[in-house]
Design a protein around this ligand. Structure first.
Ligand SMILES: [Zn+2]
Length: 251
C-alpha cells in the first residue's frame, strides 16, 4: 500500500484527477460515507475507462472496507466493480508497482466479498434494494470472477442488457445483436442452482447472486452469454464469449 503522502499520487490520473482527495475524505470520515464512496467510484470508473489512480486506491479501499458493517461493505464493493473490471481493457504489466498495488487491493476485496457471500444478512441486504443487489453481483463478478466478463456486462448495461456486439472469425458480425429477438443463433447453457457458497462455476454463483437480488435485467441473458453461439453465416459454433471478445478485438 502506497501512503497518500507519496509523490506518485501527483502523477496518477482519474476522471477528475482528484482520487486522492476523495480517498483522503473517505478514510478520515469527513462528510457522508456513501457520498464519498460514490464520488470516488465515479472518479475511477467514468465511461468505463481504466485510470492509473485505481491500482493505488484499491489497497486503501480494501483495508477501509474491512472495518465497515456488512451493509456498508456491500455498498462500497457494489460501487467499485466498474473501476476494477475496466482493468481488463488494458491489463497492467506483471511485476510493476501498479500491478502489485492492484493485486494487493484486489486480494483484500476478494476476502471481503467472499466473507459477505456467506453472511446470513446478505439475502436481505441485496433483496431490499434490487439496484444495489445488481451492482453488487456485477462487482462480485469483477472481483471474484473473470474481469473481461464483468467489463462485458458493464458495456451491455448501456442497452439495459438487451443488445450485444458479436463477431465470427469468418467476417460476420452484428453490432446490435438483440437477445430478445428469439436468439436462434445462441445455444443457452443450463445454469445450476447456486449452493450459496461455492465459487467453482462463475455462471452458477453469478446467477445465484442476481437471484438473491431478485434481479430481472441480467438474469434472463445469462444462459446465452455462458452458452454457445452459432455463426449465421458459416455455422461455426463456439462459446458466446469468443464471439464477444472477437468483436471488441477486431472492430
Ligand atoms: Zn462465421
Amino acid at each position: 500500500m502506497i501512503t497518500l503522502d507519496a509523490p506518485v499520487w501527483q502523477t496518477l490520473s482519474s476522471a477528475g484527477n482528484d482520487a486522492d482527495k476523495w480517498l483522503r475524505c473517505l478514510l478520515a470520515g469527513e462528510g457522508d460515507l456513501h457520498e464519498n464512496i460514490q464520488i470516488l467510484a465515479e472518479d475511477i470508473s467514468h465511461q468505463l475507462s481504466y485510470y492509473s489512480a485505481t491500482a493505488y486506491v484499491l489497497p486503501h479501499l480494501a483495508a477501509f472496507c474491512h472495518g465497515l458493517s456488512p451493509k456498508d461493505k456491500v455498498f462500497l464493493i457494489a460501487q467499485m466493480g466498474a473501476a476494477i473490471a475496466a482493468e481488463a481493457d488494458c491489463p497492467l504489466s506483471p511485476g510493476t508497482e501498479p500491478f502489485l498495488e492492484f493485486e494487493e487491493g484486489l486480494a483484500g476485496l476478494c476476502r471481503e466479498t467472499q466473507h459477505l457471500l456467506t453472511d446470513p444478512a446478505l439475502p436481505r441486504l441485496l433483496g431490499n434494494d434490487p439496484d444495489l443487489g445488481q451492482q453488487f453481483a456485477l462487482a462480485a463478478l469483477a472481483i471474484l470472477g473473470n474481469r473481461k466478463h464483468a467489463l462485458a456486462m458493464y458495456f451491455m448495461s448501456g442497452s439495459c442488457w438487451e443488445e450485444v456486439a458479436i463477431a465470427c472469425s469468418c467476417g460476420w458480425n452484428d453490432e446490435t445483436y438483440c437477445f430478445s429477438d428469439e436468439p436462434t443463433h445462441l445455444k443457452p447453457a443450463e445454469i445450476d442452482t447456486w449452493d450459496g457458497n461455492s465459487l467453482t462455476d462463475e455462471a452458477v454463483w453469478f446467477h445465484g447472486l442476481l437471484a438473491l437480488a431478485e434481479e430481472e435485467d441480467i438474469s434472463p441473458i445469462l444462459p446465452y452469454v455462458y452458452g454457445d453461439c452459432v455463426c449465421p453465416a458459416c455455422g461455426r459454433q463456439e462459446p458466446f464469449w469468443n464471439f464477444f471478445d472477437r468483436f471488441y478485438e477486431e472492430y
